[in-house]
Every structure is written in C-alpha cells, then in structure tokens.
Design a protein around this ligand. Sequence first.
Ligand SMILES: [Zn+2]
Length: 199
Amino acid sequence: MLDWFFPDHCVLCRKQGAAVCRGCLTGLPPAPDLAPPPGFAHFASLLSYEGDTRQLISAIKFDRKRRAIDLPGRVLAKLVDWDADCVTWAPTSLGHKRKRGFDQAEVLARIVARELGLPCVQLVERSSDSGHQTGRNRAQRMEGVEFQSKSVSLKNKRLGSVMLIDDIRTTGATLCAAGDAVLGAGATAISGLTLAVTP
Ligand SMILES: [Zn+2]
C-alpha cells in the first residue's frame, strides 16, 4: 500500500517515473524465436532471461516490485497475433504468493487479458497446494512443479482457446504441465505467453 505514497523509480536505472522505464525495457535482450512447447498451438515471449532481464524479474519476485510488471505486461500483449477466448496463468506456489503478496504470473495474466479485452480466469492450481500428487512425468519431476485443473464452475461456459501465461519458460516442462491441466479444465486449444525465456 505504501507504494501509492511514494513515486516509483525504475528498478534498473533508478530514474524516477515508472517501476521500470521504457528505455530500460527496450534495451533488454529480446527472446529468441522458439517453437511452441508440445501441445501448444502458439507461443511468444518478450525477453531473454539473461543480463538485466534477470535483475528485472528478481526485483519483481524478490523485492515485490509488483508495478514493474505493468509495462512489460502491456508490451508483451502486443506480441499476440493469434486468437484466444480467455487467459489464464500457471500459478506460483501458495508459499511464494504469501511471501510476495501476489502471484507474478497472475498479475501478468491480468494485464495481458485487460490489454487484449479477454476474460482472465484461474483454471489450474498447484497440486502440492491441494495435497494431491498424482500423474507426474519425468520432466515435471525434474522441474518439481505439477498442476491440476481447478474445480471451477464451467456450466454453460465454453473455454475455447486458452492463452496460458507464465513469467519464465525454462525447459517448457512447467508450461506443458500447466497446459495439460488447462486442457483438462475444458480448453479446446492452448497457446503460451511468457515474459522471458532462458537462452
Ligand atoms: Zn530505467
């Protein structure tokens, strides 16, 4: 809340104004062109997770600079050149969310959804948060993350094509695990959008 009483400074150059300034964002290394993860119809990412990108994401996650997600989120939304019916995200663990006060993937998803004029719905949750540990494959075990469809009331709702948001794509195993759960929730197709990818 105190954020509202003090002006933001760019987390990278400390200039007063936005939580991350447009000049710094434009100077970050761009994401390489990557094929969509298996099962995904489309994929796009804005940044390569190296150099100052790491500093930006670390400021968001560990210094709780929630508002440093805003501009990158709006720029990220401009990369979407395919149709989707709704937006969801791969949730961070409840422990991390409590510590930070927010889930950076959710904040990112809500910004992207707003920019694209799409509904944003939580469709999946961490299995570890609900106490269920089933159906892990090797890649998921390696990344240690697993998801399940959230029991949302989808009566009379057609999810259609769902855009799944996460902060970083590493091996793609997390996206795939969350993507499976999104399909399990009733999506007919899935696409992925992350703020950064590991080079
Ligand atoms: Zn700056």
